[in-house]
Design a protein around this ligand. Structure first.
Ligand code: FES
Length: 958
């Protein structure tokens, strides 16, 4: 059918299949900013366009319906390089982060302002009800509209965006437009899917229908006959290499316990075959013709089932150790069914696969039993957390090609260098033959630390020699991706009548699901990011992680800390109740402050002894004080309606700033021939503003405008090694590497300038803008003149420097989150009336982005606390693998009064005093809301999520 439409004012006559979606037509026409986050579910709004002046989800409109229509897309708002007021307002407000649907949001706000130049908060909220974001929270959308209106009226905005930190600095601590903001908000090519060439193959995956089964045979003969099928990869023809998908530093503290395709499938949706074909339809047709002979096995789903005597074993495998093998290993491995495959430990993680134990860890300080004996009150409580999903707007995606004999991988990843290493290992290709190019990341939150799709996509391209494109469906994101480890945490606590805690014991049982990705690190974090919050002399922990047949788990923002923080804070609150002391006073009395020696860290290294260090810069007490003031702690609020009971609660939280002694970051910096700067950072910006941080380091040190600093990052050819963006390492590690590189380049600039200016180097300094100035003679030399002479053929060559950062220092961000809730004791409904996230991030380098990340993480954690959760049936089938049924928070679920506040603390080790920011913000909501519910109506919510049903059960109503 021929349709006549206008797209962004331009007439187009297009021959279409009338049953195609409007989105597909628009993408074919080059408007790739009209994206799909949910396979036509109509939830996320990434596909929003205006059709005849009204917003529509273009996935839900058929091409045949739009003949004669006028369509506006998000990439039609900018005028060349000139952004619209709304686009600029969104960037400057800090809301453009991973930005997968930022063009759609910009379009909606533009539409609103055209109709109503002075919209109310309610009207802004109303127009954004169809936009789902997980990365920046929604709060700063209101600010974005305010800034946009100011730009429209006065040509520039004048309102305060975020507090200004470090008056003596020009860029650091100031809200300055994020450097990748324009390309993202304007919908230019940025993501993996935008790189796919027309003639590329696509790949689809056949997943297991069973939670656990042996794959006895696979018949692909009929499937291979389908026209367009290029290759089918299964357990019978994939590389016989055992590895794991956790993108961690090597040697990994996770067992290598899988092949690319296994002879035993271990969860519903586990990979059985990959079908590479010329087009999607042929791939699906072939997939449906594959015949698999499964031998179904009885699965286990919970920690309790996995622990049971004679429980079915998820990995009854052949066990190997790269070092530290136990003496009885030969005996241990007798009689293993070869279909089970191998579990290879890089070093002992104290696992026991014959009892479903993937890893274990133990540690203590002081004398725990004596601590309990000397306490006036001892309580023991058990808390449970469920399985939740990262839900990045951009599903896991990869595009791989073979170019000049090398494998080129376009990846949406947090760990480009781990992708290169793991793909090299799996495909048995040397690393110099692999080029990983990180694209903009449409949301990661930890799930893109794991190498879940790059292994098989890279291999498919390598063996076929064809470009191969793969993207998870939203359902696959839920069932075959990585999720938070469900946990059972028992806390035993002893305290004196005055509220002094003498002893804490934590027993952590984690459920790692079918594979052991992060099986040590995540539950370790439940202890290592919580026990060091309190000054307690006697502490002990035991951690066991179990294999089961739930959907896979892995890294998720906060790792195990949100769960540990929930258990520890709730138990402190329960203890305060038992003792009859004020919860706030008890926490204040026991929480750490600067200089307190963290002996507990000794037992909390990952598979090795941890560093004992004193608490460094610490905003914990200030956060507590500020939060208590904001929420008016101690003042009881009473509702006019007796059905609603109001209560207040809070939690103390911490995280880390990368992994001291393990992480390593590198940056390379050079001067272009006009005196501008190119900075190659190994760091992986996943939308959080890391590239902007790197640019600020160079601008601040070299006194160069930020526009004159270009950051190229996450490209394994042009940059040098960086461990990656996880464990809150980006600002602290990659930022420090950029700072060191900038300082090193400054040194080289001054040496070269001293020679060219015939002055003593010690009399020279860099000056605003982009020049060297002599403090002695007043002479000046611009960077462009300097580099021109250096590269003139008789000069001393390129001005280039490296920065490499490693440390043993721990810079810990602290915070306190406060909540006021109203609980309806008839319906079980919980309303979060107030939520205040108070945190110390050291010097927040990008304060506006930091605040948005705090709003986002806190809201995410509120969703986890109150309603999010994957539901599996008795066979392990996920019953809610859609965003609608899963139910992440939208703008309408925001707390009524929501505030994020940064406490000003200067750190000794972070770049310009910075610490990490966003992971920590996922740690506070559950205990803050849980303790507020207890204050409101006297019940203790000991299991996530706090659904109405559970509330009513605790209230004795059902
Ligand atoms: S239908 Fe709107 S993002 Fe998929």
């Amino acid at each position: 059918m021929l349709i006549h439409i206008r797209i962004n004012g331009k007439k187009r006559n297009i021959e279409v299949n009338p049953l195609k979606s409007l989105r597909e037509v628009l993408v074919d026409e080059g408007h790739f900013c009209v994206r799909d986050s949910d396979n036509n579910e109509g939830f996320a709004g990434s596909d929003t366009v205006l059709l005849d002046g009204e917003p529509v989800f273009s996935n839900l409109v058929l091409a045949g319906q739009v003949d004669g229509g006028e369509i506006i897309t998000g990439d039609g708002l900018a005028d060349g390089q000139h952004l619209s007021a709304v686009q600029q307002g969104m960037i400057d407000a800090g809301i453009v982060q991973s930005a997968y649907n930022a063009p759609a949001a910009a379009l909606l706000l533009t539409w609103l302002l055209e109709k109503n130049p002075n919209p109310s908060k309610e009207e802004i909220k109303d127009v954004l009800t169809g936009i789902y974001i997980r990365d920046a929270g929604y709060e700063h959308y209101y600010l974005a509209v305010k800034l946009a209106r100011e730009i429209m009226e006065k040509g520039r905005h004048t309102s305060e965006i975020a507090p200004d930190f470090r008056k003596n600095l020009k860029f650091v601590g100031k809200p300055v437009s994020k450097i990748d903001g324009p390309e993202l908000v304007a919908g230019r090519k940025a993501f993996v899917e935008d790189r796919v060439e027309k003639n590329s193959c696509v790949m689809v995956m056949l997943g297991s229908p069973y939670a656990m089964a042996f794959v006895n045979s696979i018949d692909v003969s009929e499937a291979e006959k389908v026209d367009g099928v290029v290759k089918i990869i299964t357990a019978f023809n994939c590389p016989d290499v055992t590895y794991m998908q956790a993108g961690q530093g090597s040697p990994e503290p996770s067992p290598h316990d899988r092949r690319m395709f296994n002879f035993k499938v271990r969860h519903v949706g586990d990979r059985v075959a990959a079908i590479v074909a010329e087009d999607y339809e042929s791939a699906i047709k072939a997939r449906d013709l594959i015949k698999v002979d499964y031998e179904e096995l009885k699965p286990v789903f919970t920690v309790e089932e996995a622990m049971a005597e004679n429980a079915p074993l998820v990995h009854d495998s052949f066990v190997e150790y790269r070092c530290g093998a136990p003496e009885n290993l030969e005996e241990y491995n007798k009689g293993v069914d070869p279909r089970e495959g191998k579990v290879v430990y890089q070093f002992p993680l104290h696992g026991d696969v014959r009892h479903n134990v993937a890893s274990a860890a133990h540690g203590q300080i002081g004398d725990i039993e004596k601590g309990f004996e000397e306490s006036d009150v001892v309580i023991e409580r058990t808390y449970r957390t469920n399985q939740i999903q990262c839900t990045p707007l951009e599903p896991h995606v990869c595009y791989a090609t073979v170019d000049a004999g090398r494998l080129v991988i376009y990846a949406s990843t947090q760990v480009p260098y781990h992708v290169r290493r793991i793909v090299s290992w799996v495909c048995q290709i040397p690393e110099n033959k692999i080029h990983v190019i990180k694209q903009r990341v449409g949301g990661g939150y930890g799930s893109k630390q794991d190498i879940l799709v790059e292994d098989v996509t890279g291999y498919a391209a390598w063996i076929t020699g064809r470009p191969v494109y793969y993207m998870n469906t939203r359902k696959q994101e839920f069932i075959a991706n990585s999720t938070r480890h469900p946990m059972r945490l028992t806390v035993k606590m002893g305290a004196n009548k005055d509220g002094k805690i003498n002893a804490i014991y934590m027993d952590v049982r984690a459920n790692t699901g079918p594979y052991g990705n992060h099986c040590l690190t995540v539950p370790m974090n439940a202890c290592s990011k919580t026990l060091p919050l309190v000054k307690v002399d006697n502490m002990k922990f035991d951690i066991y992680t179990y294999y089961t047949n739930i959907s896979p788990t892995g890294a998720y923002q906060g790792y195990g800390a949100p769960k540990g923080a929930y258990a520890l804070n709730m138990c402190m609150c329960e203890m305060a109740k038992e003792l009859g002391v004020d919860y706030f006073k008890l926490v204040e009395k026991n929480s750490v402050e600067k200089g307190y020696m963290l002996e507990i860290l000794k037992g909390l290294g990952e598979g090795r002894e941890g560093n004992v260090v004193p608490v460094g810069s610490c905003g914990l007490k200030s956060s507590l004080k500020e939060g208590a003031k904001m929420i008016d702690w101690g003042k009881k609020e009473i509702s006019d309606n007796p059905e609603w009971k109001i209560g207040k609660g809070f939690a103390i939280i911490q995280q880390g700033s990368g992994l001291p002694g393990l992480d390593h970051s590198t940056a390379l910096i050079k001067m272009a021939t006009d005196g501008t700067i190119i900075l190659n950072s190994g760091g992986a910006d996943l939308g959080t503003g890391l590239d902007t941080i790197s640019a600020k380091m160079a601008s601040e040190v070299l006194k160069v405008p930020m526009y004159n600093v270009t950051v190229v990052s996450g490209d394994t050819d042009s940059s040098a090694f960086d461990t990656g963006a996880y464990a809150s390492s980006g600002t602290f590690f990659s930022g420090n590497a950029s700072l060191i590189a900038s300082n090193n380049l400054k040194e080289k600039i001054l040496i070269e300038a001293a020679l060219q200016m015939d002055e003593d180097k010690d009399d020279l300094d860099v000056g605003y803008w982009s020049k060297v100035v002599s403090n002695k003679t007043g002479k000046e030399l611009s960077f462009s003149e300097l580099i021109h002479t250096a590269l003139s053929g008789t000069g001393r060559g390129q001005l280039v420097a490296e920065g490499s950062f490693v440390t043993n220092a721990s810079s810990i961000p602290y915070g306190a989150h406060f909540a006021q809730v109203a609980v309806n004791v008839v319906t079980g409904e919980v309303k979060v009336q107030k939520f205040y996230a108070i945190q110390d991030a050291g010097t927040p380098i990008n304060p506006e982005l930091a605040l948005c990340q705090m709003y986002a993480a806190a809201l995410k954690a509120i969703g986890h606390t109150l309603y999010e959760g994957m539901i599996l049936d008795a066979k392990g089938v996920c019953l809610n693998p859609t965003l609608t049924d899963y139910g992440s928070p939208m703008i309408t679920e925001m707390p009524e009064d929501f505030k994020a506040k940064l406490i000003d603390v200067n750190d000794d080790y972070g770049p310009f005093g910075a610490k990490s920011i966003s992971e920590i913000a996922t740690n506070g909501a559950a205990p803050a809301i849980g303790s507020a519910i207890a204050d409101a109506c006297g019940i203790w919510m000991r299991s996530w999520p706090f659904t109405r049903e559970k509330i009513l059960k605790e209230l004795g109503k059902i």
